[in-house]
Design a protein around this ligand. Structure first.
Ligand SMILES: Cc1cc2nc3c(=O)[nH]c(=O)nc-3n(C[C@H](O)[C@H](O)[C@H](O)COP(=O)(O)OP(=O)(O)OC[C@H]3O[C@@H](n4cnc5c(N)ncnc54)[C@H](O)[C@@H]3O)c2cc1C
Length: 300
């Protein structure tokens, strides 16, 4: 019997736990700028030449000590200063669990505050990524508190979660800056839509609410081309929202032609650029979500 692409994908996902780290590293390379800030900044310059804006992420999550959390926040502080000095896009994305959210909430906010103060000094946008549903409330709470410190802060909502449409209705009233994505974390049926089409419908519902509300700004993060077409049709119905949205994608996902087409239509496209030594968890998540990436080769 011939092996289909989807069967191959399932096999790859199943064997991941025993695949040597070095092999995963080779496959994941296209999704990561490199180990260092300077590699990330070099990539930002190249993306800029091609008309893309960016957000930079220091890889790492679920830190196991507050010392680690402090090191992560210090890396963001240095990154923000380097972005400002280099004259490239000043926009970073971070994960609260990297700052110790699961260990010490007050300590994690203090580390976030340190980053926000430097972001404010250097006019840098800070996006708080969304992690699994056990920290959704806490993340939204941190986002609201962070905005009181420095208004150029945004967070993320996940269409997969059943609660998201209600969250979005409330956040839209607050004039939120949100990235809308499907959500990468596996969640139970009680909390999340599991069906692909239901997730797409929920994504569209959230997008409609956000596009309709004039005080919001929305990062439409998806590589799903049919879904993008449907979102674009919603945008076309609302000419007043022309400067209140952008599309977002991860570096390395092979949809370059599609992204260039969006640019040709003068639509802003932001690429998520992760870097750092702590690449393993990020890469495994990406591989599990999309085992086809094992066949994608290196970044173009
Ligand atoms: C900029 C950005 C930021 C994100 N931030 C968060 C966040 O904070 N929290 C969170 O939970 N999730 C985040 N995500 C992940 C997101 O939730 C989805 O898991 C991911 O984008 C895949 O969903 P999709 O909409 O692209 O649709 P899918 O249906 O999963 O993918 C559509 C098509 O895109 C291609 N594709 C998708 N992903 C890959 C890949 N990794 N490698 C190769 N091809 C791929 C495949 O061809 C696939 O068929 C982010 C995604 C982006 C683009």
């Amino acid at each position: 019997m011939p092996i289909s692409a989807s069967m191959l994908s399932h096999v790859i996902a199943a064997v991941l736990p025993v695949v040597p780290k070095s092999v995963i590293g080779r496959v994941a390379r296209r999704y990561i700028a490199g180990d260092s800030r300077s590699q990330a900044i070099a990539l930002l310059r190249t993306l800029g030449v091609h008309g893309f804006v960016s957000t930079v992420d220091v890889l790492g999550e679920d830190t196991t000590s507050m010392e680690q959390a402090t090191r992560a926040a210090s890396e963001y502080v240095d990154l923000i200063r380097d972005l400002a000095e280099s004259g490239v896009e000043r926009n970073v994305s971070l994960k609260l669990s990297q700052f110790g959210l699961r260990l010490d909430e007050a300590g994690a906010f203090a580390e976030l505050r340190r980053v926000l103060d430097v972001a404010a000094e250097n006019d840098t946008f800070v996006r708080i990524d969304m992690e699994d549903s056990s920290v959704t409330d806490l993340t939204l709470d941190f986002y609201r508190r962070a905005r009181e410190v420095w208004p150029r802060v945004g967070t993320v909502v996940q269409a997969r979660l059943r609660r998201t449409v209600l969250d979005v209705e409330q956040l839209a009233k607050e004039g939120a800056n949100l990235r809308l994505c499907k959500g990468i974390y596996k969640e139970p049926k009680a909390l999340a839509h599991l069906d692909r089409e239901a997730i797409r419908e929920a994504y569209l519902d959230a997008a409609r609410i956000l596009l309709q509300e004039p005080s919001t700004y929305t990062g439409l993060a998806t590589h799903d081309l049919p879904l993008t077409e449907r979102v674009l049709r919603e945008i076309d119905k609302r000419p007043h929202c022309s400067n209140r949205y952008e599309f977002q994608a991860l570096i390395g996902v092979p949809i370059r032609t599609h992204l260039l087409r969006l640019r040709q239509r003068n639509i802003k496209v932001r690429l998520y650029v992760p870097y750092g030594a702590d690449w393993y968890a990020y890469s495994v998540r990406r591989l599990k979500e999309n085992p086809d990436m094992a066949a994608c080769g290196t970044r173009a």
